[in-house]
Design a protein around this ligand. Structure first.
Ligand SMILES: NC(=O)c1ccc[n+]([C@@H]2O[C@H](COP(=O)([O-])OP(=O)(O)OC[C@H]3O[C@@H](n4cnc5c(N)ncnc54)[C@H](O)[C@@H]3O)[C@@H](O)[C@H]2O)c1
Ligand SMILES: [Fe+2]
Length: 391
């Protein structure tokens, strides 16, 4: 995976700040589209957030063609087909995803089905299989975690096989990402904590995974600083508007970083834990992050040590190992604090994983694409060992 050059690409227009949502119809107009299929879920709609979106369309020439609010937690191949069918039936010309990663990735998946005029999403699994120009996709994230609003990735569950599949393509970048703090302020504390740890995991893995480069490094550090300064504040007080906006930016910036440097063993294990035991993505990442960092110590103590000042909030004395050890301890301390504040599980056993499932998770994880970018090679036995320690 190492080469003599690096690439960095992120063709997403970002609009971020209070009242940013009011720009949505204008951005559709700029993209020359008029009729949106809104992809959301019951939690987001129930929190009253779709009414903000409807308000934004008042007095504009653009309209909402249909609102699909039945996205399940974790997108699936079945729901993606359903959304694609609605897009065609309702004569929509663009997707507007309003929600967390599950809604955003459902819209990305449906966009593949519509664009490729297929009923078999599986054919496009993997990297760079998409050749046609996609329908415009505008994203309003309501969690601050996945960064999917600026990534080239869609993660979609194959329900029958119990695995999460990754689709990556430059065509999957959304056109516009709109961060508005009022859209994340209703997130309950535990979801805030879990999704925030997903963002932090993206930034940390981005900083030591194999496609890291000077641009992804600078983005990763900024994302870490924003997360360490604001995640606890958001969990303690969900209505803290400036902390919410800072976390939304942290998540987006971490997304830009990892979409280029990629993620590693933590995500491989988290995808597998989600696929086999349905543990929410952010929860699995939070639990596995310190163990994944330890897994990479032999090759990446220097890089992990470089993160110590941002994770610890102070300079750490000593050699690379000492600094890296302090960085990992800071992540454990943050997890503990989030557990006290919100009940975020700190062990797999507290997140609904039973010991007899660990082998199945390890088996799925060693076939996950994220492992390609992990500095350390990870065998089935090593994956199982990490899972046992995190259990
Ligand atoms: N494409 C990518 O780049 C990428 C990156 C990381 C993760 N993912 C995927 O994203 C999915 C997880 O997304 P997620 O962590 O954002 O969670 P999610 O989208 O599954 O949402 C979690 C829950 O939070 C609720 N919720 C969301 N926003 C809310 C708000 N503002 N107020 C009240 N409730 C709200 C939802 O209704 C849902 O019940 C996983 O499938 C994961 O694999 C994708
Ligand atoms: Fe993630």
């Amino acid at each position: 995976m190492k080469s003599d050059f690096y690439e960095f690409f992120c063709p997403v227009k970002v609009i971020s700040g209070k009242q940013a949502l009011s720009n949505l119809p204008h951005e559709m107009d700029q993209l020359n589209v008029k009729r949106a299929l809104v992809v959301t879920d019951k939690g987001v709609a129930g929190a009253g957030l779709i009414s903000y979106v409807q308000d934004a369309f008042q007095g504009s020439f653009c309209e909402i063609g249909h609102i699909f609010d039945e996205t399940p937690p974790d997108s699936s191949n079945m729901v993606v087909n359903q959304v694609a069918e609605l897009f065609r039936q309702k004569n929509c010309d663009c997707f507007v995803a309003v929600g967390g990663g599950s809604c955003i990735d459902t819209a990305k998946g449906a966009n593949i089905v519509v664009t490729e005029q297929t009923d078999d999403l599986m054919k496009f699994r993997g990297a760079e299989r998409l050749k046609k120009a996609m329908k415009p996709l505008l994203v309003v994230p309501t969690t601050a975690g996945t960064g999917s609003e600026v990534t080239l990735v869609a993660v979609i569950s194959n329900v029958q096989a119990g695995v999460k599949m990754a689709f990556t393509s430059d065509r999957l970048y959304p056109n516009v990402a709109i961060l508005d703090p009022k859209m994340t302020m209703t997130m309950p504390p535990k979801i805030t904590a879990a999704t925030g740890m997903d963002a932090l995991t993206h930034a940390i893995e981005a900083y030591y995974c194999l496609q890291k480069n000077p641009i992804s490094d600078s983005l990763a550090i900024t994302a870490i600083k924003l997360a360490m300064g604001n995640l606890v504040k958001c969990v303690e007080n969900g209505k803290d508007e400036s902390a919410r906006l800072a976390m939304a930016n942290s998540s987006l910036i971490a997304g830009m970083a990892f979409s280029n440097s990629m993620v590693g063993v933590v995500h491989a294990l988290a995808h597998a834990t989600g696929g086999v035991c349905h543990v929410p993505h952010g929860v699995a990442n939070a639990i596995l992050l310190p163990f994944g960092m330890e897994n990479n110590l032999a090759k990446k103590a220097c890089e992990i040590g470089e993160l110590a000042p941002y994770l610890c909030g102070r300079e750490i004395q000593g050699d690379d190992r000492a600094k890296a050890g302090a960085a990992i301890q800071a992540v454990r301390n943050l997890n503990k604090k989030l557990n006290q504040l919100s009940g975020l599980p700190n062990r797999l056993r507290d997140a609904g994983v039973t010991e007899d499932k660990l082998e199945a998770i390890a088996k799925v994880a060693v076939n996950d694409g994220a492992l390609i970018y992990n500095p350390e090679e990870v065998t089935f036995e090593e994956a199982l060992e990490i899972l046992r320690r995190a259990f």
